[in-house]
Write a protein that binds this ligand. Structure first.
Ligand code: XCC
Length: 656
């Protein structure tokens, strides 16, 4: 070990901390090596109870004011702010941050797209001109008789409004089902432009501005919708246009994808441009030669978190694990370099990397980390950075000093179900459409659709809530669509293979077997939640399942969420009309007016609503009850009993 740096004292039970065997093995090694991870820090850091309930306001220097969550109306802040104002303001700032993050990512993609189109960037090009045309058409751009270049210029100019427009409606509002859009207009929550919405959200939550929780909630919705139907959708669509629209590929996942005899490079973060350039660099003959001269059999490029998800569906690049495995993977000693861009990069990675002599390399001007090596990535000459990352990794390989231990686990899964592919997969080349999906929902073979997404969090057993929830849902004929770290949890558990249809209820199993698809469809990274919005919109447009997104027999969940981005995603699904359940904890006091609005009132206004439970079985029950309620309202409820799994059933599933 380079350095032993264990700052925390209390030990946690590894078995209770994760169901990921590779992560558990590495946590045991970390303990032997005296290396600390977020699991240790979580065990030694009691979550602040006042903050957890959002009962604290630090927006001015008359406070910070602490209210009592057991008696929320017993006190107000120095300015007179009530508990509802305080919680709504805190919630609004989480939404603003999450929306800013995804919009920032989307805007980086837009800038890249602009410079590819105007010829300033030559290392990337438009890979999917058909998608370019489809996206342009979907927002009313006339493509008739225009060249690819002309369409691209028009699309750029239009999509820029997603961010900069000060009045009007963002371009992708044109894709929203008419009745849903009508509800948004009625409540004044159609986003104008993301910059304006995030700015207004921050302004309104300053001391002494918006002090009505209902009004703050409307701005929360507008700011969140500017993410889902704005920045995230731009990121997804431009990613597809520049790098290719995903279609299903079989990919390897888990820490066993690392190779002891090769130079291992991990890319972790969110933006696909760094990773795309890395693919070029690791295939550069001179660099491969250098690696071989250093004694390596080759260069092994691996992804983690969301960048990893973007790349394994577009290039079949293997994936090493989700958010809570990013420190653990370094404990293998086999990672020669980890290059990161933005979002979900734990500062703790620096110390773990330091312990094993691994290069931790930041590459993005928006994300520097004290103690990490910074090699800035520039799209105008992308390989200057990525070649350098490879060279650093080769140097580390040549000088490896520590014993290496790589967990053996590797799963295979089929991922890459874009909403376009769903259409083709279900309808075939000649009648590519969502009709077969809608038909199977109407005839009851598929009970409904659930989006299970989001992070992992050391406050709950890693992956376990995701996996148990999904098993319960598919057993009850609910088709699953997935993004983010949740998808990685399910892939490791083997549920993203067509064979997993065996674990589904009879109706869903029949559909999966006919089509040859898994019951759990991985759709990409977190910005690709916009693919779920598009799939839902297609279901409404295809007909037979109501007129608005709120009519659909669908539900969403983020069972192990941790980031502010997750809160924003939840809020845009709710505002779009979807019942969305979160696990772990919820930053609002139950029984307050603001809580009632989010958990009941919004649904009465024609939106979706929030739900909360940390228990996966309870979560499944809530989601299925909601799906059944919607089926009943649509008049497509057949007498279907919920299948309750007993211990024997679960053991059978595990054996399967
Ligand atoms: Fe981050 Fe996107 Fe959450 Fe994973 S799921 S922990 S936000 S990497 Ni996006």
């Amino acid at each position: 070990m380079e350095k032993k740096l264990l700052l925390t004292k209390k030990e946690f039970n590894i078995k209770d901390a994760t169901m990921c065997e590779s992560t558990a093995q590495m946590l045991r090694k970390a303990r032997r090596d005296g290396v600390e991870t977020a699991f240790d820090r979580a065990a030694n850091m009691k979550a602040c109870p006042i903050g957890a309930d959002s009962a604290c306001c630090k927006h001015c220097a008359m406070g910070p004011c602490r209210l009592n969550s057991r008696d929320p109306y017993g006190k107000v802040g120095v300015c007179g702010a009530t508990i509802d104002t305080i919680m709504a303001r805190n919630f609004g700032r989480m939404v603003a941050t999450g929306s800013a993050c995804h919009n920032d990512h989307g805007m980086a993609m837009l800038t890249l797209f602009r410079d590819v189109v105007n010829g300033k960037i030559t290392d990337y090009r438009i890979k999917d001109p058909l998608k370019l045309e489809a996206v342009a058409t979907s927002i009313g751009i006339d493509v008739e008789g225009k060249s690819t270049h002309e369409i691209a210029v028009a699309l750029y100019e239009e999509l820029e409004k997603t961010y900069t427009q000060v009045e009007g409606e963002i371009p992708f509002a044109k894709r929203v089902p008419a009745k849903t859009l009508e509800t948004w207009r009625k409540h004044g929550i159609v986003p104008r432009g993301a910059m304006r919405e995030v700015m207004e959200m921050m302004g309104r939550t300053h001391m002494g501005v918006d002090q009505h929780y209902e009004s703050i909630t409307r701005q929360c919705s507008r700011t969140a919708l500017a993410d889902g139907w704005g920045g995230s959708m731009v990121a997804t669509e431009l990613g597809d246009i520049l790098f290719g629209t995903p279609s299903p590929v079989s990919v390897e996942i888990d820490m066993g994808v690392l190779k002891e005899d090769q130079v291992n490079i991990i890319i972790h973060g969110h933006e696909p441009n760094l990773f795309e350039s890395m693919v070029e660099s690791v295939n550069e003959p001179t660099l491969i030669e250098t690696a071989k001269k250093a004694g390596a059999k080759g260069i092994n490029l691996v992804g983690m978190c969301c960048s990893g998800l973007e790349m394994f569906v577009r290039h079949g690049v293997p994936h090493a694990g989700n958010f809570m495995s990013t420190e653990a993977v370094l404990v293998t000693g086999a990672v020669d370099a980890m290059a990161v861009d933005i979002q979900c990069i734990k500062q703790g990675l620096v110390r773990v990397a330091d312990c094993y002599g691994t290069y931790l390399i930041t590459t993005n001007p928006r994300c520097h980390i004290e103690g990490a090596l910074h090699i800035e990535f520039e799209e105008h000459k992308p390989k200057v950075c990525t070649d350098e990352v490879v060279i650093k990794a080769i140097t580390r390989f040549k000088n490896r000093k520590y014993p290496i231990e790589i967990p053996k686990q590797v799963s295979r899964g089929v991922h890459g179900f874009s909403h376009e592919y769903l259409q083709y997969m279900l309808g075939g080349t000649f009648r590519s459409s969502y009709t077969p999906l809608n038909d199977n929902i109407i005839n009851g073979r598929i009970r409904g659709v659930a989006g299970v997404v989001g992070c992992t969090n050391p406050r709950v057993r890693q992956d376990w809530v995701h996996v148990e929830l999904v098993k319960e849902l598919i057993k009850n004929d609910v088709l699953i669509v997935q993004t983010g770290c949740s998808q990685v949890a399910l892939a490791k558990a083997g549920l993203t293979t067509p064979e997993a249809a065996l674990l589904a209820g009879p109706g869903l199993r029949e559909v999966c077997e006919t089509v040859g698809m898994p019951p759990v469809l991985g759709m990409g990274a977190c910005v690709d939640n916009s693919r779920i919005l598009m799939a839902c919109s297609e279901m409404v447009k295809t007909g037979g399942l109501g007129d608005s997104l709120a009519d659909l027999p669908v539900a969403g969940a983020a069972p192990e969420w941790m980031s502010e981005k997750a809160i924003t995603i939840g809020q845009y699904f709710v505002a779009s009309g979807i019942f969305t359940v979160f696990g772990v904890t919820f930053p609002i006091i139950e029984g307050t007016k603001f809580h009632k609005l989010l958990f009941e009132g919004l649904e009465e206004q024609g939106f979706g609503k929030w739900g909360f439970t940390p228990d996966p079985y309870e979560m499944a029950k809530m989601m299925i009850a909601h799906i059944d309620k919607k089926r009943k309202a649509l008049g497509i409820d057949k007498s279907r009993e919920r299948v309750l799994m007993d211990m024997g059933d679960r053991q059978n599933l595990d054996a399967a």
